[in-house]
Design a protein around this ligand. Structure first.
Ligand SMILES: [Zn+2]
Length: 222
């Protein structure tokens, strides 16, 4: 399956979506009707998956999970707002986290970043975001990451070529740290009722690396 730019600009492109809906009904729904009927009654997801909005990151595909298993939050560059008890900002993300943990009682949280992330790349090119004021504001949540990377480059600890990879991976670690500052998450982790993970998805290789907090590095999931 390959989608070309020419097809994308075609005004009849919606037909591809409609055809997909017909195929879903025939190939997925009908053979598993009982599953969907039971699923329709309630959800009981075991994992909160926080990933990038990037079209190439498909949570249920890379984890081979069924509908009902993942409670998903996706935003640009898989960012977690700083915890503030009475905050009224970034609610789409913080409310989803709160609902998954406090209401759905998920037992895992995954923060999943990925290779060649446009959000992380934009972090290094502030000026290019002038025409995208909301994106620019959103990406401010990752400015501490940008600062650390710039310091490392200045001290020759990483080369400019390694910048993207380090930004993407450090961003995952930082966002997990933000999550662990949420009091209700910290409490559940301490009690052993919640497992918080940081994943790096390498798209071309089809590999996922899990962050090991003790070793302070990403280890490929075998
Ligand atoms: Zn991304």
């Amino acid at each position: 399956m390959e989608l070309h730019d020419q097809e994308k600009t075609d005004s009849s492109y919606y037909k591809r979506l409609f055809e997909g809906i017909r195929q879903f009904k025939a190939n997925e729904f009908i053979p598993r009707q009982q599953f969907f009927e039971e699923l329709g009654q309630k959800q009981n997801p075991h994992t909160l998956f926080i990933g990038c909005s990037d079209s190439r990151v498909v949570p249920s595909l890379i984890t081979q999970t069924f509908p009902g298993e993942l409670f998903v939050v996706r935003n640009i560059a898989n960012l977690i707002p700083y915890y503030k008890k009475d905050s009224d900002t970034y609610l789409a993300t913080t409310a989803a986290i709160e609902f998954a943990v406090k209401q759905m009682n998920v037992s895992n949280i995954v923060v999943c970043g990925h290779s060649n992330c446009g959000g992380c790349a934009a972090l290094n090119q502030d000026k290019e975001l002038k025409h995208l004021p909301h994106t620019k504001k959103w990406m401010e949540l990752a400015h501490p990451v940008k600062k650390i990377i710039e310091e490392k480059i200045a001290k020759n600890k990483i080369s400019p070529e390694q910048r993207s990879l380090f930004t993407e991976q450090l961003n995952i670690v930082e966002q997990v740290n933000h999550l662990l500052k949420y009091s209700y998450i910290r409490k559940r982790v301490k009690e052993g009722n919640l497992n918080v993970m940081g994943w790096y998805y390498h798209i071309e290789k089809g590999e996922i690396y899990n962050y090991n907090r003790n070793l302070r590095r990403f280890i490929r999931i075998e």
